[in-house]
Every structure is written in structure tokens, then in C-alpha cells.
Design a protein around this ligand. Structure first.
Ligand code: IPM
Ligand code: MG
Length: 390
């Protein structure tokens, strides 16, 4: 039931769950591969800080996923880990993948871990904000005038489309050549539920929703457009709805990104456009995301939070990765899964303070700033948290 998503997001969002929940917050932490474990270590310090300073205690479990699970257990994610994720109130995910596992078959690739979590937990709405923080306006490759104050949200469908559509595979043709194929497929209910998330979010923000597909060449895209239009007319006549082809959207995002408020799009287009949008902000290392499901029979909403930067194997193990996206993902988790608005905003304000204080990891380094390691960035954040909480 997706109408129950009502009021679940956006600035000033309320918690996702009923108020009668038990006080122990069950958190599953999945650091994964590459820089995942390094940046997650800094989150653990924030969690310890909350325990000490705010008397907020979590039931923490940690487990292996991705290449790490592949190496230790021969699968990218075990059934037991998936069960833990289902039982948890929220999942904090790092990143998966790396060259070491790139040659494995599709059922063994680290990426299966995140794809299975999305699918098995029914996490169909992937919220990917792209926000330009003032201290970082010069870190963007675009002109400051184009990106200053940017605050857009991409809602990417994440359990359907070509990522999961059947048939898929590679077959050998009679002449010995091969044919690889995947299927883009969307049903009305799949489109409706993610469209509602987009509309709801728009209502809490700038009241504008742009639906993105390729209705000019794809039947599934045409169905997408018609379905979003129908949901809008029936349930959200107050929200300003527009439609855009995905290629044009890519162009518009670079030309004039501030024209957008909320974008709702398919799994594959959302994958591409969210990477593009993230770079408008100057650093992939800054952006968090939430992936949310509907309510299950028990009234529980599954949710997973992850930075969008991925495992960054090129810099893994060097202690130079930016931990802020992982930390901001944790802040999103506090807000959306536990209704802890005050703590979430405390962490977000501390991040901005660290940046205004001139501290930069390599990915967002600018002239005149202090280049710091992952760990020092984490320490500076704790210092700002101390000050803010004093
Ligand atoms: C993302 C990633 C994943 C995706 C990969 C790791 C499967 O690129 O979350 O954007 O394509 O969805
Ligand atoms: Mg991606």
C-alpha cells in the first residue's frame, strides 16, 4: 500500500513507522568492498558518539556483502544476511564491487548483493538527492552561477525495468555468433507506486515533478508516461507535472539543473541521471541516498541507506576517501527510519561546518583548503558535533 507513503519524506519528514516502536533500533551495517569499510569506520565513530553524548543506542549487527562475502563464503550475499536485513529496522550499506571480481559470472558478481537487497526487501523507490552545499559551490565543474543553491531529488525506480526484466541472457545463434538480450518491462502498479513517491516528495518541496522516459521509442516508456499522467490527474492535481525524454533530461541537467525539483524515472535512466546529477554538486563523495519499500503486513517499512559513490577501487585502502556521503546516509537513516530529525540535522550541520572550516578530502580539494584523510575528516566531524551539542 503506497498511499501510506504519504508524508514520509522531504524536508521536515516524519518517521516512516508508527510511534509505538520498541526503543532498541535494529541496524544492519554492511560495509562491503573497496572504500566501503573505510568510510563505514567513520560512521561507527558517529554511532559511538551518539551513544555517549545523546544516549541513543542501536542494536548493531555487521555482515559481509559483495566481493568480501564472495571471498569468504562463495556468494555475494547469503540467505542469512538477507534475513538479517529483513529483520532489521534499517540497513546501512557501504559499496560493493571491484576489479578482482569483474570477471565472475552474473550470479556471482558483488553487485548481486545490492540488487538482491533491493529486490528481496521490495525497495522500489531509490531517493537520490543532489544538493550543492554553499562551501562546495566552487567544487563543481559547472559554473557557480549554474549550480549555486541546487537542490534536486531523483526518484529512481529500483526493483523493476531492464535490471530485472525477463527474458535476459546470451544465446548462441545458428551461425555461431551470439545474441545478448535484456528486457525493459514495467507494469501499471510498479509505475503507480513510484510515481506516488515522486508526487508526495514534490508536494513537500517545490511542488514540481518531472517524469522521465523515452516514450518516443519505447512502449514501456509510453505506458510510464500515461500512467504517471493518470496518477497525477487523479491524486495530485495540485502538483505541477511535466514529462521529458531521458536524453533531453541529461542535457537539461547540465544546461540548467535548477529547473528541476523532483525527477521520477526508471531504474536504468535513474542510474545514469543520478550519476550525472551527483557531479553537478562537485563530488560523488558527498551524496547520500535512501531506498524505501512499501509497508509490509506487520506495518514495517524496509529501508536501505547508501552513499552513491560506490566502492572506488582506485583509491581503496589509502585512507583518502571522503566519509561524508556515508555519514550523511546515516543521517538520512535517522530521519526516515527513526524519525530522529534533530540528530539527523545535527549531523548534517556538522558536515557543513567541517567544510566551511576548510577541511577537504582529495575528491573535493580546492586551493587554499586543508587536504585531510578519511580519518581526520571523521575526527573533525566529531569535533563539530561536540560543539553543536554543547
Ligand atoms: C548504483 C550502482 C548499482 C546500480 C550497481 C552497483 C549494481 O551503480 O546503485 O547506482 O546499477 O544500480
Ligand atoms: Mg549507478
Amino acid at each position: 500500500d503506497c498511499t501510506a507513503l504519504s508524508g514520509a519524506w522531504g524536508r521536515g519528514a516524519r518517521r516512516l513507522k508508527g510511534d509505538g516502536m520498541a526503543s532498541n533500533k535494529k541496524l544492519l551495517v554492511l560495509p562491503g568492498d573497496g572504500i566501503g569499510p573505510e568510510v563505514m569506520r567513520e560512521v561507527r565513530r558517529v554511532i559511538d558518539w551518539m551513544d555517549r553524548r545523546r544516549a541513543v543506542t542501536f542494536d548493531l549487527e555487521e555482515d559481509l556483502v559483495g566481493g568480501a562475502a564472495m571471498d569468504a563464503r562463495g556468494v555475494p550475499i547469503t540467505e542469512a544476511t538477507l534475513d538479517k536485513a529483513k529483520r532489521a529496522d534499517a540497513v546501512l550499506f557501504g559499496a560493493v564491487g571491484g576489479p578482482k571480481w569483474d570477471t565472475l559470472g552474473f550470479d556471482k558478481r558483488p553487485e548481486i548483493a545490492i540488487l538482491s537487497l533491493r529486490k528481496e526487501l521490495g525497495l522500489f523507490a531509490n531517493l537520490r538527492p543532489a544538493t550543492v552545499l554553499d562551501p562546495l559551490v566552487d567544487a563543481s565543474t559547472l559554473k557557480p552561477d549554474v549550480v549555486r543553491g541546487l537542490d534536486l531529488m531523483i526518484v529512481r525506480e529500483s526493483t523493476g525495468g531492464i535490471y530485472f526484466g525477463q527474458p535476459r541472457g546470451v544465446e548462441t545463434l545458428p551461425d555461431g555468433t551470439k545474441r545478448g538480450f535484456n528486457t525493459e518491462v514495467y507494469t501499471t502498479p510498479e509505475i503507480e507506486r513510484v510515481a506516488r513517491v515522486g508526487f508526495e516528495l514534490a508536494r513537500k518541496r517545490g511542488n514540481k515533478l518531472c517524469s522521465v522516459e523515452k516514450a518516443n521509442v519505447m512502449e514501456s516508456g509510453l505506458l510510464w508516461r500515461q500512467t504517471v499522467t493518470a496518477v497525477g490527474a487523479a491524486e495530485f492535481p495540485d502538483v505541477q507535472l511535466s514529462h521529458m525524454y531521458a536524453d533531453n533530461c541529461a542535457m537539461q541537467l547540465v544546461r540548467n539543473p535548477r529547473q528541476f525539483d523532483v525527477i521520477v524515472t526508471t531504474n536504468l535512466f535513474g542510474d545514469l541521471l543520478s550519476d550525472l546529477a551527483s557531479m553537478l554538486t562537485g563530488s560523488l563523495g558527498m551524496l547520500a541516498s535512501a531506498t524505501l519499500g512499501g509497508l509490509d503486513e506487520g506495518g514495517k517499512r524496509h529501508a536501505l541507506y547508501e552513499p552513491i559513490h560506490g566502492s572506488a577501487p582506485d583509491i581503496a585502502g589509502r585512507g583518502i576517501a571522503n566519509p561524508l556521503a556515508q555519514i550523511l546516509s546515516f543521517a538520512m537513516l535517522l530521519r526516515y527510519s527513526f524519525g530522529m530529525e534533530e540528530d539527523a540535522s545535527l549531523i548534517e550541520r556538522a558536515c557543513t561546518k567541517v567544510l566551511s572550516g576548510g577541511f577537504r578530502t582529495a575528491d573535493i580539494m580546492q586551493p587554499g583548503m586543508a587536504k585531510v584523510s578519511t580519518q581526520v575528516m571523521g575526527e573533525q566531524l566529531l569535533r563539530e558535533l561536540d560543539k553543536l551539542a554543547a
